[in-house]
Design a protein around this ligand. Structure first.
Ligand code: NAP
Length: 325
């Protein structure tokens, strides 16, 4: 076993994150016989929190948690190892990298950063105190606690629509609160949500405060000019207002855009040779499972090419289109 005092175990590739991008990267690197470690706090990332995925080609309607577990099973089948740890630091060490986690250190010749995004806080009074006491950022995880209760969802993108639809099957009533008069999510989902009888949509509305003594009891609503509307009695509030990149720990080995997302070129390379990035944590515009998977595959193939060039790893081809013995 590794410890910070012993010699860090060596891997050809360490992938940080086990969402669609990280797991796909692991499938590709382990199929190239690269010794692959995945470090992740959880499995499946945002996709695993989506109950009904219907835009992942070829599989019809699928539960996100199930889909991501299939990704994981494939990665393990080809030899990737998963450690449930939190990556805290990356340092260069000669031609390699040392990754320090909350409990271990590992050495790798190449790194793929694919740790996704983190749900954004609403930032209103009451939120911090009532987190886990009715304020939730994951409908799939916490929804079942609100059977036959009244809940609210805030947000206007696919995540909020998805959460409202899912919760409508559990809760008595779902208020969907959006700050504008038009949703940002897919029209097909918007149409479906509008037809659900126990969902009430409140447009042009914001939440000013979450009230409750030890658990959520009500939310204070305001209009877009911050004028008071009314209090809504609810037992739970699901915050579904997008995500932020928590990338500070990577330090200056990569560059960031204005949203702290990792800048990559079209081959998933960062500014440091040997460090690649893929999926939602990068500056790619579209945050979709199929796209993250594709970017993960690309990062893996590029890492393999890098290792062939720098470490003399023997292999056949990068891809059928660019085969070189
Ligand atoms: P998003 O698309 O960025 O939407 C965030 C929503 O929250 C927006 O409607 C935004 O309002 C609102 N918002 C942001 N800050 C707010 C605040 N402080 N107070 C109130 N409202 C606030 O995020 P997302 O819904 O999490 O989706 C992220 C990505 O994942 C998207 O690309 C989405 O398509 C994808 N996704 C796809 C699926 C699927 O395909 N089934 C499911 C989930 C997510 P404005 O509209 O006014 O900006």
């Amino acid at each position: 076993m590794n410890s910070k005092t012993s010699v860090p175990e060596y891997f050809d590739v360490i992938i940080v994150g086990a969402g669609a991008a990280g797991l796909t990267a692991a499938i590709y690197t382990s199929r190239r016989a690269l010794k692959t470690l995945i470090i992740s706090k959880d499995v499946g990332g945002q996709a695993a929190l989506t109950t009904e995925i219907e835009n992942y080609p070829g599989v019809g309607l699928v539960d996100g948690f199930d889909l991501m577990n299939r990704f994981l099973a494939d990665a393990k089948k080809f030899g990737a190892i998963l450690k449930s740890e939190e990556a805290k630091k990356i340092e260069k060490d000669g031609g390699d990298f040392i990754i320090t986690t909350n409990s271990n250190q590992y050495r790798a010749a190449a790194i793929i950063l694919a740790f996704g995004l983190t749900p954004r806080d609403l930032g209103v009074p009451g939120e911090e105190e009532l987190k886990g006491r009715g304020v939730s950022y994951c409908a799939t995880c916490d929804g079942p606690l609100f059977k036959e209760k009244n809940v609210a969802v805030i947000g206007g993108g696919n995540s909020a629509l998805d959460a409202a639809e899912y919760l409508s099957r559990i809760a008595k009533k779902v208020y969907l609160i959006h700050r504008r008069d038009k949703f940002r999510g897919d029209e097909i989902l918007v149409d479906r949500v509008k037809k659900i009888s126990n969902i009430e949509i409140l447009y042009n509305t914001n939440i000013a405060r979450i009230k409750g003594n030890n658990k959520v009891e009500a939310i204070e609503l305001v209009d877009t000019n911050n004028q008071p509307l009314k209090d809504l009695s609810v037992d739970g509030l699901f915050v579904e207002i997008g995500h932020i990149a928590k990338t500070e720990w990577v330090g200056d080995l990569v560059e960031f855009d204005d949203h702290k997302q990792i800048k990559t070129n079209k081959n998933c390379e960062t500014k440091t040779p040997g460090i690649f990035a893929a999926g939602d944590v990068t500056d790619i515009e579209y945050k979709q499972i199929i796209i993250s998977g594709g970017e993960g595959a690309k990062a893996a193939l590029q890492a393999y090419k890098y290792l062939q060039q720098t470490k003399g790893i023997k292999g056949t081809s990068i891809d059928w289109g660019t085969a070189k013995k």
